[in-house]
Design a protein around this ligand. Structure first.
Ligand SMILES: Nc1ncnc2c1ncn2[C@@H]1O[C@H](COP(=O)(O)OP(=O)(O)OP(=O)(O)O)[C@@H](O)[C@H]1O
Ligand SMILES: [Mg+2]
Length: 235
């Protein structure tokens, strides 16, 4: 379980872009953080993943205190992130990208996990030898998610997986994300597409100008008059 309490942080001292953010995400659940451009969604993931320069407050993942740790140490605690730009290595093949996700594991275990990800993403199997840079946006997103899952993370952070993708591909990716719920993994998804993310989430937070302004079970928020008016374009 992820427990964030009174998190304030930003890029420069005295100029916080996150203010007093508290967030809880149960193991096995999918929690989304929704908000407009510039609300602080990526900064929040940056604070968890160790690359927001100024951080105060606590970020607890099970028994591990993450606030202020460097990214490599956060990763060692079992956290993986799929960043906004997807972060796959363009000149390496699909296979090599997946294998990198299992870095440090025994070779046979890496092979087993690669196979599991190819089962999950059959499209990647067809493109195994292709360079990641030659994939479509949707395929790159699948590769980025598959690579993160190779580590079997305790906490998976996803930054706007819908960005720049055709609606049909977005639907496929969100459907897949929905299927990742229910295991041991805690998933935190940040998204501008509020309707899509609430549809697959257990619980959600609305972030506005760096503050949590609303939270609740996703199926309650989806019917909230303010959420409808401000984010779903329904009067
Ligand atoms: N590297 C940076 N240095 C300084 N300020 C930054 C940096 N990155 C973001 N910010 C500022 O922090 C605030 C929050 O930005 P952030 O990227 O976290 O928002 P976001 O919700 O992820 O937006 P988007 O939906 O556009 O990705 C913004 O005011 C932004 O200008
Ligand atoms: Mg962002």
């Amino acid at each position: 379980m992820l427990a964030i309490s009174k998190l304030t942080g930003g890029y420069f001292p005295g100029n916080p872009v996150l203010q007093d953010v508290s967030l809880h995400a149960q193991a096995g659940s999918l929690t989304s953080v929704v908000g407009a451009n510039g609300a602080g969604k990526s900064s929040l993931l940056g604070a968890i993943f160790g690359f927001l320069p100024q951080v105060s407050g606590t970020i607890q993942l099970g028994g591990d205190a993450l606030a202020g740790l460097r990214t490599d140490l956060v990763a060692r605690c079992g956290v993986r992130m799929v960043p906004e730009n997807r972060g796959t290595l363009p000149s390496l093949s699909v296979l090599e990208n997946l294998q990198l996700g299992g870095l440090g594991l025994p070779r046979e275990e890496i092979a087993r996990r690669v196979e599991a990800e190819l089962e999950r993403f059959p499209r990647l199997r067809e493109r195994l030898k292709q360079r990641a840079g030659m994939l479509s946006g949707g395929e790159q997103q699948m590769l980025a998610i598959g690579r993160a899952l190779m580590a079997r993370p305790r906490l998976l952070l996803l930054d706007e997986p819908s960005q720049g993708l055709a609606p049909l591909i977005v639907d496929q990716i969100f459907e897949l994300l929905g299927t990742l719920r229910g295991g041991d993994m805690t998933i935190v998804l940040v998204e501008q597409d509020v309707g899509l993310s609430l549809a697959i989430s257990d619980y959600a937070y609305v972030l506005e100008k760096g503050r949590v302004t609303l939270e609740g079970p996703a199926d309650t928020l989806i019917d909230d008059p303010y959420v409808k008016q401000a984010f779903l374009g329904i009067a």
